[in-house]
Design a protein around this ligand. Sequence first.
Ligand code: COA
Ligand code: MG
Length: 299
Amino acid sequence: MTVRPRRSVLYMPGANTRALEKAKVLPADALILDLEDSVAPEAKAEARENVCEAVHGGGYGRRELVIRVNAIETAWGMDDLRAAASVEPDAILVPKVSSPGDIVTVAKVLDAINAPSRVRVWAMMETPSSILNAREIAALGADPETRLSCLVMGTNDLLKESRARALHDRVAVVPWLAMAIVAARAYGLDILDGVYNDFRDDVGFRDECEHGRTLGMDGKTLIHPSQVGPCNEIFSPTVEEVSWARKVIAAFEEPANRQKGVITLEGRMVERLHLVMARRTVAIADAIEAMRRTEEEWF
Ligand code: COA
Ligand code: MG
C-alpha cells in the first residue's frame, strides 16, 4: 500500500518571495504556491513569474508542490495554467470549482499542452454549488484521465457565500465538510480541511486540527509557518494507534486466525475491516518515518 502523507499543506502568496524561499526548510508535507486570492490584481504577473521560477528552481526536497491558479474564466486563468503546467508541479489547484466541467476543462487544457500525466489536479471546494455537486465532482477521481486526486476545503469562501457565522465550533461548516469527506472517500480521493485564520491562537488551532481529524480529514491547509508543527503532530497516527495497529496485523497473521473473520484481541472484538484500517495506519506511519529520514539526509 503506498500512501502520501498530506498532513500539513501550507499556502503562500506567490508575490511573497521570502515565503517561497523560507518554505524550503519548513516541515510541511505540501506547499500551495498561490496565484489567486492572496495576490492583488497588480501583482498577478509578477507572482506567476516568482512561482514558476521557484518550482523550476527546485530545492523543496520531499515537499509536494502545488500551484493554485486563477479560475480559467478570469483574465489571468489561461496564462496561469500554461505557465504552471510548463514547470510541472505535483498538482495544479483549481479554485472556485462549481461542477465537474470545471475540472474537465482544466484537464483538457493540460492534455492539449502535453503536461505530463504526473501533474495532478486538486479542486477547491468553496462554492455552494461545489457542495451540492460534491458527488459528481469527486466521481471524476475514478477516472485517472481527469487527473483529480485531492479535494481542498475553502471554508472562508463557503462562509462568505452562505452568510453563515464563523464560530469556533464550526456548527455551520460541519455539514459541508462531512458531505465533501464522504464524496472524497466514495471515489478514493484525499481531502484537506480549510484554514484557521487566527494564526496566533495556538489552542484554537489545535482544537480545529483535532476536529478535522475526527471528521476524517487527511490533513489541513495552513497559512502560517507556526501552524505546521502542531498540524503534523495531530494528523500523524499516535504511538498508541500505531502499536495497536501492529498488534492487529500480527494477530491476523497467526496461523490460527488466518481464516477467521473476527477475533478477540485484548478483550476487544477485531474484524477484518479493522485489519484494513490497521494496514493504512502503519503505511502512513512508515511513510512519515521515511520522509523524516529523507529530510535528515537532505540537510
Ligand atoms: N509561508 C511561508 N512563509 C511564511 C508564511 C507562509 N504562509 N507566512 C509567513 N511566512 C514567513 C514570513 O515571510 C516571515 O519570514 P521572515 O521572518 O523571514 O521575514 C515569517 O514567516 C514570520 O511571518 P509573520 O511576521 O509572523 O507573519 P506576517 O504578518 O508577515 O504574515 C500573513 C501574516 C497571514 C499575511 C502570512 O502568514 C500569509 O501571507 N499567509 C498565507 C496567506 C495565503 O496564502 N492565503 C491564501 C489561502 S487562504
Ligand atoms: Mg478561496
